[in-house]
Design a protein around this ligand. Structure first.
Ligand code: CTP
Length: 392
């Protein structure tokens, strides 16, 4: 895809370099158009070396090329990051007093703006009204993040993470085939306390769950994420953090039950310590051998499947099965789980010290009652294949 990155004059302009780098590395063709003020914060050389294209900000140089019209037609997507309060105001008014303003006014490509400014400026009535007008016109304005601002202050107004901006901007072009659907993702790994400082845990990172949540949001779904022992923030995803399996169960019990899709890549501890110690277990007191009695945890997805199917018989429930087994054994084990846990699909993957957990890519088999598809690629590509399979 051809992405034109506009950069306006705020301190966060330096983050445009990372945004461009991510876009280029993901295979997109990128051109950058900084405003004159942006060039006070980031250099032409940086933008040219990252985009591998020449960079102009002047409307009146090489006028014979009618550059603004050529660029406006070239772009499949225009992303302005950071977008200052002044740029938002100029765009609302259709002011075209520099190259970027002209390109934005002349283009038919989707426009995504990522504002960054101080909290007071973001909350000023003028900005609030400008953002509302831009959104009414179908321009996507990414909500700024909350965090440290340029000075010693913190609040809303920070430019979100470059990877979030890229994913959010590209999602603008994805078909919204999950619009109106409610999706619940349960991810990460539960931990069971041994004492206040030790636990029994597992190596699940939550990355597949994040990829699923982001894919679902990009396709227009309302998404709730239950995150066992990892943190994730997105203004568009309601996230609840849990630690133990019993906390996971009680969180799910208090959830609405009107989900269309429930996907559970979580690694749930099959056993918990029967009597966790209230105080730290001292080596001196335990001696040479420490014996812990473990008791079985309930099967969360089976409980959930029974309850949700009463509320919505059409709900689609997807479990995961991480196994240290050959491919044929993997599929048989997945089919067993499909029936035993009353699931609609099991995503089976082979795990070892080098495969599966905490990786960005994976190879899985999507196993349903009458199909088996092998999918490999990034966790996002796997998330896409899962939704393509279940959303029919
Ligand atoms: N699961 C669950 N509750 C448990 C254990 C697992 O909800 N107590 C869910 C997992 O989130 C996953 C699916 O069930 O979606 C399969 O998990 P897995 O650990 O592969 O299955 P187990 O039932 O634990 O079987 P085994 O340990 O024998 O492989």
């Amino acid at each position: 895809m051809r992405v034109l990155v506009g950069v306006t004059g705020g301190v966060a302009a330096y983050k445009a370099a990372e945004i461009i780098r991510i876009l280029v590395e993901s295979g997109h063709e990128v051109r950058a158009v900084p405003t004159a003020n942006a060039l006070r914060f980031i250099g032409v050389a940086t933008l040219e070396s990252l985009t591998h294209n020449s960079v102009h900000s002047e409307l009146y140089s090489d006028v014979e090329d009618v550059r603004h019209v050529e660029m406006a037609k070239w772009a499949d997507l225009i992303l302005v990051a950071p977008a200052t309060a002044s740029f938002l105001a100029r765009t609302v008014s259709g002011l075209a007093d520099d190259l970027l303003g002209n390109v934005v006014l002349a283009t038919k490509a989707p426009l995504v703006l990522a504002p960054a400014m101080h909290t007071e400026m973001w909350q000023n009535k003028a900005t609030v009204s400008n953002v509302a007008k831009l959104r009414e016109r179908g321009i996507r304005v990414i909500e700024p993040a909350v965090g440290r601002l340029t000075g010693s202050d913190s609040g809303i107004g920070r430019l979100p993470d470059p990877s979030y901006i890229v994913q959010s901007a590209l999602s603008n072009l994805v078909p919204k085939d999950l619009a109106g659907k409610n999706v619940l993702i349960i991810a990460g790994g539960t931990r069971e306390n041994i004492d206040p400082v030790r636990f029994i845990g597992n190596r699940s990172s939550g990355k597949q769950g994040i990829a699923l949540a982001e894919e679902a949001v990009a396709r227009g779904a309302m998404v709730e994420l239950v995150a066992a022992n990892f943190s994730y923030y997105s203004p568009e995803i309601e996230t609840t953090e849990v630690v133990s399996t019993s906390e996971l169960i009680s969180t799910l019990e208090h959830r609405e039950s009107n989900f269309d899709f429930v996907i559970m890549p979580a690694a749930v501890a099959d056993y918990r310590v029967e009597h966790p110690s209230e105080n730290k277990i001292k080596k001196g007191a335990a001696g040479e051998e420490l014996v812990l009695t473990l008791v079985e945890n309930p099967d969360v997805i089976s409980l959930l499947s029974k309850r949700l199917r009463i509320a919505n018989p059409k709900v689609v429930i997807v479990g995961f099965a991480a196994e240290t087994a050959s491919e044929t054994a993997l599929i048989d084990l997945a089919k067993g789980k499909l029936i035993r846990k009353e699931l609609d699909m099991v995503v089976a993957n082979e795990v070892s010290a080098t495969l599966g957990f905490d990786r960005d890519s994976n190879e899985v088999v999507l196993v349903g009652p009458d199909f088996e598809h092998t999918v490999s690629g990034t966790k996002r590509a796997i998330a896409k294949a899962i939704f393509d399979t279940i959303n029919r």
